[in-house]
Design a protein around this ligand. Structure first.
Ligand code: XMP
Length: 317
């Protein structure tokens, strides 16, 4: 019978056998899959596992610091790379969602390749691929799709010539969470909502600027913190705030304002392929709206997305 403990035991033994004294480089995203893959590899090969965590400037508020901290706490051999400005430069003036995704994918590959070159004699690329990624590569809009489109541009980056080790490629998401729990990984990492690779860039409609990112980070943090304190975070499959570059009129004291809109999105889903909008309580929505409008400069209106997938998608871009 499959149990997390038996999986952990046989996987670590198999990884030891396969990897010997070889070095592995692995990109952490802060998500469940890459974290569990990293901890399993760490148990098998210790500091021969070199983890890389890139700050693309498109993460949630405070996320880079918090996640890096908890990874260090787990004893992982990890290097954090602040590449915010490179991503902002690449995004400047881009409006089209697919162009934004491609630019982010390209810069990620460049940054990761530079970092991987610093690991002498690395032989393997570790990845948190899970079983559904293997069978449904059609549904992937994420890093691997970006990497595929990058192939056409000009040869493979060096890290992609490495042999690939994917310790989770037979597991489903819920099994990955159970394995992570048995490995003692921080419940805050295991229980996280899915978060897209291109991050807040696809939650800012149109062109991305560091100013818009800062506004969205504030609004999103208020939203997510309220979902947690109200006790509904774990009941929601995925939630996030979206910055709409639409200005509308408001009043603040005696002043007329003309500011942007924040849209709140929360969905229930099993796998992201279909999704229903969550019926969040009105008093919670009211509190979040007030807090955002009163505290986030540049926002004077909050709306709630009541569209299900299909035909709407979960993300707005
Ligand atoms: P959609 O918007 O297609 O999203 O309904 C379904 C799920 O996929 C995530 N998503 C992405 N994940 N890179 C990713 O890694 C992407 O470019 C991307 N686009 C959407 C989305 O957050 C949701 O969980």
């Amino acid at each position: 019978d499959w149990t997390p403990d038996s999986f952990i035991e046989t996987t670590i033994a198999a990884l030891k056998e396969k990897l010997g004294d070889d070095k592995v480089v692995l990109g952490l995203s802060g998500g469940v899959d890459s974290s569990v893959a990293a901890v399993l590899l760490h148990h098998a090969i210790g500091t021969n596992l070199h983890c890389i965590f890139v700050d693309n400037g498109l993460l949630r508020k405070g996320e880079y610091e918090q996640v890096l901290d908890s990874y260090k706490h787990m004893g992982l051999n990890i290097k954090g790379i602040d590449a915010k400005q490179r991503f902002y430069d690449a995004l400047a003036g881009l409006n089209d969602p697919e162009k934004k995704r491609k630019a982010i994918g390209r810069v990620f590959i460049e940054v990761f390749d530079d970092a991987a070159h610093e690991v002498q004699d690395v032989k393997w690329l570790g990845q948190g691929t899970i079983y559904p990624d293997v069978i449904e590569s059609v549904s992937v809009k994420g890093p691997s799709a970006t990497i595929k489109s990058h192939h056409n541009v000009g040869g493979l980056p060096d890290f992609m010539k490495l042999k690939v080790v994917e310790p989770l490629n037979t597991l489903f998401k819920d099994e990955v969470r159970r394995v992570g729990k048995a490995l003692g990984i921080d419940p805050n990492i295991l229980g996280r909502h899915p978060f897209p690779g291109p991050g807040l860039a696809i939650r800012i409609l149109g062109d991305v600027t560091p100013e818009k990112v800062a506004i969205l980070q504030e609004a999103d943090a208020i939203y997510i913190n309220n979902l947690r304190s109200y006790g509904v975070y774990d009941k929601v499959w995925q939630a996030g705030a979206i910055f709409l570059p639409v200005q509308s009129v408001g009043v603040m004291g005696d002043e007329r304002t003309y500011e942007n809109v924040i849209c709140l999105r929360a969905v229930e889903s099993l796998d992201g392929m279909t999704a229903d909008w969550c019926h969040l309580p009105y008093d919670l929505l009211a509190k979040i709206s007030n807090e955002i409008i009163n505290n986030v400069k540049g926002i004077n209106r909050v709306v709630y997305d009541i569209s299900s997938k299909p035909p709407a998608t979960i993300e707005w871009e």
